[in-house]
Design a protein around this ligand. Structure first.
Ligand SMILES: C[S@@+](CC[C@H](N)C(=O)[O-])C[C@H]1O[C@@H](n2cnc3c(N)ncnc32)[C@H](O)[C@@H]1O
Length: 331
């Protein structure tokens, strides 16, 4: 028999927050709905109407791993972390390092799909490689990750990949037409390119990191993309640009260092085409497209992809080039 706190349904959420604060909510059992009331399972008795009855065992493992941590670090441990395939990637402040074993175990216990926990030591260098240290599990950073119906296998310690861009990649996939030509200028392991080439676009993917080339070929193959739909060049984009044709769409996903390339890459955009330009923007910064590219270019759309730091955001700007034919017919 389990002690429950009985509250009217309209007070259920308020009671839940109160019990969570006290750490009195027993998450091994489910709340019970009965006669217009909710019965919250308790770890210990609290003030209020207490009902003792058979508890309903929670079969689902709680997704909030922090509930499994000792109370002194529950609120200090990071709420959010990334998952790539079966690897949890977690950032820990210095003062939590002594608890890294406990935190890793709690992550493994609360997420059945995770079998390794890696410490994120930050992204560095031109290749934007994540420095990682395995806290739990075999020290092998290769994993397979599913996103928007595609599969990506790669070594996350050798080539950049951010699971947080899934929604953004879906947006680009949805607004790109299958007959369009696309330049993915900073392709990484090709998560943008694979989807677009699978859709039927003719994609040119470029990245200077040799590991990006290796995993990109693997990912095109893994997703049964026809070789007629893509080319991958392992090169600095600035070195190969003179040899490339004009494109309907250009993806510039190198947000920490994209601006120096904007002008040169914009020359490879067809009239009526779009550049998907990713940039880290400081809170008080205003990014003005016309200022950088002149009056032929306008910002057709912009949004925050996700916060980057307390003072900055990862933003995307869809930059359109006016259609010279339309202008002529309108004159
Ligand atoms: C932030 S990552 C983006 C990867 C990929 N677009 C994605 O969504 O996962 C930026 C990539 O640009 C590549 N890169 C950096 N400078 C480059 C350059 N000058 N030419 C080509 N690739 C470059 C890096 O190797 C890295 O893979």
């Amino acid at each position: 028999m389990i002690k429950h706190l009985r509250v009217p349904e309209n007070k259920a959420q308020e009671a839940k927050s109160f019990l969570e604060k006290l750490q009195a909510l027993n998450d091994s059992f489910l709340p019970i709905k009965k006669e217009g009331h909710i019965l919250w399972p308790l770890n210990f008795e609290v003030d209020g109407e207490i009902v003792e009855c058979e508890g309903i065992k929670a079969t689902r493992i709680s997704r909030d791993y922090r509930l499994r941590l000792p109370s002194e670090i529950q609120n200090l441990a990071p709420r959010a972390f990334d998952i790539f395939g079966d690897i949890a990637i977690v950032k820990l402040p210095e003062e939590l390092m002594e608890y890294s074993e406990t935190i890793s175990q709690a992550l493994l216990d609360s997420h059945k799909n995770i079998s390794k926990v890696a410490l994120d030591l930050g992204v560095k260098g031109d290749y934007r490689i994540r420095r990682l240290e395995m806290l739990k599990g075999k020290s092998d950073f290769v994993s397979s990750h599913r996103e928007n119906g595609f599969e990506f296998t790669l070594d996350i310690s050798k080539v950049y990949f951010s699971p947080r861009l899934a929604m953004e990649r879906k947006r680009i996939y949805d607004i790109t037409k299958s007959e369009e030509t696309v330049l993915d200028a900073f392709a990484g392991a090709s998560p943008f390119s694979v989807g677009l080439a699978a859709k039927g676009c003719k994609v040119t993917a470029v990245d200077s990191n040799p590991a990006a080339e290796q995993w990109s070929h693997n990912n095109f193959k893994l997703n049964n993309v026809s070789k007629l739909n893509y080319n991958f060049f392992c090169s600095k984009i600035e070195d190969i640009l003179p040899d490339l044709p004009l494109f309907d769409k250009i993806i510039m996903n190198n947000p920490t260092n994209s601006l120096p390339y904007l002008q040169e890459l914009s020359k490879k955009l067809k009239s009526g085409g779009l550049i998907h330009f990713y940039k880290i923007v400081e809170k008080d910064e205003f990014f003005n497209v016309e200022e950088h590219l002149g009056p032929d270019f306008t910002c057709a759309f912009e949004r925050q992809v996700h916060p980057y730091s307390p003072q900055s955001s990862l933003m995307v700007f869809d930059i359109s080039k006016s259609d010279s034919n339309v202008q002529k017919t309108n004159q």
